[in-house]
Design a protein around this ligand. Structure first.
Ligand SMILES: Cc1ncc(C[n+]2csc(CCOP(=O)(O)OP(=O)(O)O)c2C)c(N)n1
Length: 577
């Protein structure tokens, strides 16, 4: 005889859930104890806010392809999950959220007083709050409903267009003894009755078009069809050499940047070449992409050519995306292309939100084995560091790089402690423009350059990252007033880092010599290295922006010499898009 909390965790383990992320509370006590007893089958990580746990579960699920569990206590624990739940909802990520709640005897319903705001301490109706941002949300008030509720939650999260499910568990139910209530899953009917017919019609339309362009979206990864999609793309291009492909942000890592077929990322701050290709197309085939507003903004919000959209979610077709002919194909991409097994990534770059996100979107050069993760639909600042942690546990051998602005890093700054204390080998690149850059740029464009709450003079300030890194015990490197392309100017410093010894100084790097700070004009010396905690300062007087691509390469090279977490603070000059 098991208690309900044990049963739930066993159920998730039997479904292949291997990792959980969560934050304690007494009402979650039985859930926690069930996880403790099963730690050899499901490993748990405690990040330092529930929001961070939720983002980590998303990063894990995006990289592993299998749902992770995220749990929290009632009240504030549950409300801290709202942002990651919304993130998982908008980006179709099948995370299972499990929240605790007050004893059913303390609930407003039991009192027959639903109009009360609260009866039990920390009582909150998280199910109603989460309903509009989950595929399934239910409280289990009766232990006999557990199996059924779990089946429904799992099925909802993992089938059709994927997304989060939330189960809320009152503490008395979590400890109630239950029998195994078997219930078989309803089998899912394939959505596309004639998948091969649909694909040959698409092929024909492509061959008959003059400038066909494929838009590859995040749905391709969700459906686990990357390899078969790429095989189809190559075959179709043989038949139609003029065929081009662009990706959305979430689809960015589907195609290598140097693949001649790949024109880049479309959208308001995407790659010019990609937007140009879409502008000149007479046929767009959007696969696993909803052609979101931001993607269509460069084209006045709608396309004018023929558009074939293939999406598992019929609701998406209510949005009109072209003034031309529109053909909507409701299909599971697995039925269309055939599911393929995804290999673990070699490198994962996790972007935050702001100008930094658009730079990763535009400038990070995808190579084979790379993943790029974004908080795409929600655009939640604070995402990158936490999702990077989840990505690390999902792919422990991959190199993980979190790119963020100084504002976004402050939103999850406490996780520097997690990565340093657990020696999680994440490279954090903080693009520090000492501003909420994206909003500042918006003010530049729309408010005559008047700033409010976005710059040092208008109420926003970036902290001392070096001191913070030290406080948390993370390694720290600084590229101050970095103005030239890091890939060339930083080579010498990085070689130096490779040979480091135990110095403890600050350095300036000029051309390919490293100058000890304060050593006076021109008296340069070869870099002898320094300890992990040293700050490095690169400057060579030119005035180009930090290039994200080069910084990521730099992080890779630093990684080779460091087994722990580190921050690279890169000072960035304003970029006004
Ligand atoms: C949680 C959250 N709050 C507010 C915003 C609105 N917002 C979008 S970008 C941005 C500025 C981000 O600044 P920073 O992290 O320093 O990155 P930068 O734009 O400078 O690269 C803000 C405030 C958001 N996306 N998410």
């Amino acid at each position: 005889m098991a208690i309900a909390a044990d049963y739930i965790i066993d159920y998730l383990i039997s479904r292949g859930v291997k990792r959980s992320y969560g934050y304690p509370g007494s009402l979650a006590g039985f859930i926690m104890d069930a996880l403790r007893k099963r730690s050899s089958q499901i490993s748990n990580r405690l990040l330092y806010t529930e929001q961070a746990c939720g983002f980590a579960a998303i990063g894990d699920t995006l990289v592993s392809g299998a749902p992770a569990l995220c749990w929290a206590t009632s009240g504030p624990g549950a409300t801290n999950l709202v942002t990651p739940i919304a993130n998982a909802w908008l980006d179709s990520v099948p995370v299972i959220f499990l929240t605790a709640n007050v004893h059913t005897a303390d609930s407003r319903e039991k009192l027959g007083c639903a109009a009360l705001r609260q009866n039990g301490n920390q009582e909150l109706d998280i199910v109603s709050i989460a309903r509009s941002i989950t595929k399934f949300a239910a409280r289990i008030d009766d232990a006999t409903k557990i199996r059924e509720t779990l089946d429904l939650a799992w099925e909802a999260a993992t089938s059709a267009r994927k997304g989060p499910a939330l189960i809320d568990l009152p503490i008395d139910v979590s400890k109630s003894e239950i029998n195994d209530l078997e219930r078989s899953l309803a089998s899912r009917a394939p959505l596309a009755a004639n998948a091969s017919g649909a694909l040959s019609a698409i092929d024909e339309a492509i061959v008959n078009a003059e400038n066909p362009v494929i838009v590859a979206g995040g749905g391709i990864r969700s459906a686990n069809v990357k390899a078969s999609f790429i095989a189809w793309l190559a075959k179709t291009q043989e038949r139609k050499p003029a065929l081009k492909a662009v990706t959305t942000l979430r689809g960015k890592d589907l195609l290598a940047t140097n693949d001649p077929l790949n024109m880049g990322v479309i959208g308001v701050w995407g790659n010019e070449k990609a937007n140009e290709a879409v502008k000149n197309a007479d046929l767009i085939v959007a696969i696993g992409s909803r052609l979101a507003n931001r993607q269509l903004a460069p084209f006045g919000g709608a396309l004018s050519c023929k558009v074939i959209r293939v999406d598992i979610d019929e609701a998406e077709f209510a949005r009109r995306v072209t003034q031309g002919e529109a053909i909507d194909v409701v299909a599971d991409l697995g039925d269309l292309f055939g599911a393929s097994v995804a290999k673990p990534p070699k490198r994962v770059v996790v972007s935050d939100v702001g100008q930094n996100m658009w730079r990763v979107g535009r400038e990070f050069a995808i190579e084979s084995g790379d993943r790029a993760l974004f908080s795409a639909g929600l655009g939640a600042m604070g995402f990158s560091l936490c999702a990077a942690i989840g990505a690390h546990y999902a792919a422990p051998n991959a190199e993980i790089i979190a790119v963020c602005g100084d504002g976004g890093l402050q939103m999850s700054v406490e996780e520097l402690h997690f990565i340093a204390a657990n020696r999680v080998p994440i490279a954090v690149i903080a693009l520090n423009n000492n501003a909420l850059g994206l909003i500042r740029a918006f003010q530049e464009r729309n408010f005559g350059g008047e700033h409010f709450c976005t710059t040092a003079k208008s109420g926003y300030a970036s902290p001392d990252w070096e001191a913070l890194a030290k406080a948390y015990g993370a390694d720290y490197y600084r590229f101050d007033a970095l103005t030239d392309r890091v890939d060339r100017s930083a080579d010498s410093a990085i070689d130096g880092v490779n040979d480091r010894d135990a110095g403890n100084r600050r350095f300036n790097v000029s051309s390919n010599r490293v100058v000890e700070e304060g050593a006076g004009g021109g008296s340069s010396r070869a870099f002898n290295g320094a300890s992990d905690r040293d700050a490095y300062r690169l400057s060579n007087g030119a005035s180009a922006e930090v290039e994200i691509r080069a910084l990521i390469d730099l992080a890779s090279r630093l990684r080779k010499t460091s087994a722990s977490a580190f921050i690279i603070e890169a000072k960035v000059k304003p970029v006004y898009p």
